[in-house]
Design a protein around this ligand. Sequence first.
Ligand SMILES: Nc1ccn([C@@H]2O[C@H](COP(=O)(O)OP(=O)(O)OP(=O)(O)O)[C@@H](O)[C@H]2O)c(=O)n1
Ligand SMILES: C[C@](O)(CO)[C@H](O)COP(=O)(O)O
Length: 231
Amino acid sequence: MNAWTPLTAIVPAAGVGKRMAADIPKQYLPLAGRTVLEHTLSRLLEHPAITRIVVATGEQDEWFPTLAIARDTRIERVIGGRERADSVLNALARVDTGRVLVHDAARPCLHRCDLDALLTAADQPQGAILACRVRDTMKRGDGRGAIMESVSRDELWHALTPQCFATGPLRRALSAALRQGLAITDEASAMEWAGFHPRLVEGRGDNIKITRPEDLALAAFFLQQMIESET
Ligand SMILES: Nc1ccn([C@@H]2O[C@H](COP(=O)(O)OP(=O)(O)OP(=O)(O)O)[C@@H](O)[C@H]2O)c(=O)n1
Ligand SMILES: C[C@](O)(CO)[C@H](O)COP(=O)(O)O
């Protein structure tokens, strides 16, 4: 039985979900009887290591306070920023544990086994991320709708979340990278820029990020499978 070191999780939930093209932000869309965000928050709070969550929501977000889970005293809300990295940095200002885990609100299908594996692998200075190897042949386009080249799949991974790092180094790396105007789309990018080599932890391919309309039904299927396997 692992004796987990308590840590805080950050959940960036301040996006508008442009690619989902729904009439509300995708993190508040109904999924298997709850909202996407409630599933994500619950998955994290079920783990004994996660004792607190800082959720970054949009400034105009009127949905979050209506959720029952918003009254959970382990959850604190901050206002997000223009980009995901800005939202994470705003939330980092409220984190005082030695390590911090960042997990997208849009990824509700996180399995306990993956979270256990990530937390175990992240217990070293480089940090760690969940990732899964690419499955398809990869092409690079020429920008005009034609193939320019095939890209080797060797050691090509999809970065997922959660991603887990020492809080201080992540805060410094993210702040510095954003000050440099770098396009930071995940926490590992900032840490790599700062000279770290985060560990890759192979995770499940059903830990999808709900991004486009067709992802919602897939997430519902994966969640149903997960719930059935846990009962
Ligand atoms: N300024 C932002 C942008 C995104 N996110 C969050 O980061 C996660 C991953 O981002 P993404 O899937 O890109 O969500 P959106 O930005 O909402 O999607 P889109 O790019 O289609 O608008 C989501 O949980 C989203 O809510 C955030 O907290 N703050
Ligand atoms: C953090 C992330 O989910 C890792 O793949 C991804 O970078 C988020 O990107 P998005 O453009 O904000 O969806």
